[in-house]
Design a protein around this ligand. Structure first.
Ligand code: NAI
Length: 243
């Protein structure tokens, strides 16, 4: 007997994979999605999950993902919108494609996923939607496109929480700070070190730190935390000091 079906996007690696691992351990049946088929297949075989290649920024691709979910025989209880990308640079060095791409995946992709989830969850009268934002929604230099996309995800989360509150569905956001994943390992080493040194604890979080917060929001126990943003960032978001 599973706890129902959970969909996790961008679960081929990094934070998404850790979230999928944790939800599996918590007893959910898993459908994982990623643009990278090789990484997704690998994660699915490790987790005994179903994998579907999906581009969350593409409406048809998202529709196919939910069609697959409908055929899996378990009620859709959890959707974690984790897929996200960066195209960093100060605004005068970015072109509009860098903006469009980041907004399309991070914000429009999350919106497309939320719409499909909402249709199903309001009908069944239960659901947990968790959107992975970022501490950068507060504003990060070099990330005008990314910060805008993640601030948008938080606006979307809050509005949808209100739309679904009477239907037994909660919608929350988790905003990670600096987390040790391929995304941050690909940063130039000096930038990475500078970011670590600017943390209140001079530390970097693990994907598991994020997965643990998501697991609580995804659980039945959480019926009354709704429309919130949980920062998993070692306290960086409340820091007013330059460390
Ligand atoms: P990552 O780059 O290591 O993994 C992201 C995964 O998403 C990859 O497997 C990738 O193939 C997949 N993906 C990319 N575009 C996609 C698309 N259009 N459709 C479906 N899948 C797609 O990233 P990481 O670090 O694990 O980040 C996961 C989420 O956490 C992202 O939303 C990111 O913005 C957010 N985040 C990460 C932080 C960090 O320090 N690593 C900090 C704050 C937020």
């Amino acid at each position: 007997m599973t706890k129902g079906l959970a969909i996790v996007t961008g679960a081929g690696r990094g934070i998404g994979k850790a979230i999928a691992q944790r939800l599996k351990a918590d007893g959910f049946q898993l459908l994982i999605a990623d643009l990278d088929a090789e990484a997704g297949e690998q994660a699915a075989s490790e987790l005994d999950a179903r994998f579907l290649k999906c581009n969350v920024g593409d409406e048809n691709s998202v529709a196919q993902l939910f069609k697959a979910a409908d055929g899996m025989g378990s009620p859709l209880h959890v959707v974690v919108n984790n897929a996200g990308i960066i195209r960093d640079g100060v605004i005068w060095k970015l072109d509009s494609q860098d903006f469009d791409l980041v907004i399309n995946v991070n914000l429009r992709g999350t919106w497309l996923m939320c719409r499909e989830a909402a249709i199903r969850m309001r009908q069944q009268g239960y659901g947990r939607i968790i959107n992975i934002a970022s501490r950068a929604w507060l504003g990060n230099p070099g990330q005008t496109n990314y910060s805008a996309s993640k601030a948008g995800v938080i606006g979307l989360t809050r509005a949808l929480a209100l739309e679904l509150a009477r239907k037994g569905v909660t919608v929350n956001a988790v905003a990670p700070g600096l987390i040790d994943t391929p995304m941050t390992r690909n940063l130039p080493e000096e930038v990475r070190q500078k970011l670590i040194n600017s943390q209140p604890g001079k530390n970097i979080g693990s994907p598991k730190d994020v997965a643990d917060a998501v697991a609580f929001l995804a659980s039945e126990e959480n019926g009354f935390i709704n429309g919130q943003v949980i920062h998993v960032d070692g306290g960086k978001s409340i820091s007013t000091l330059a460390f």
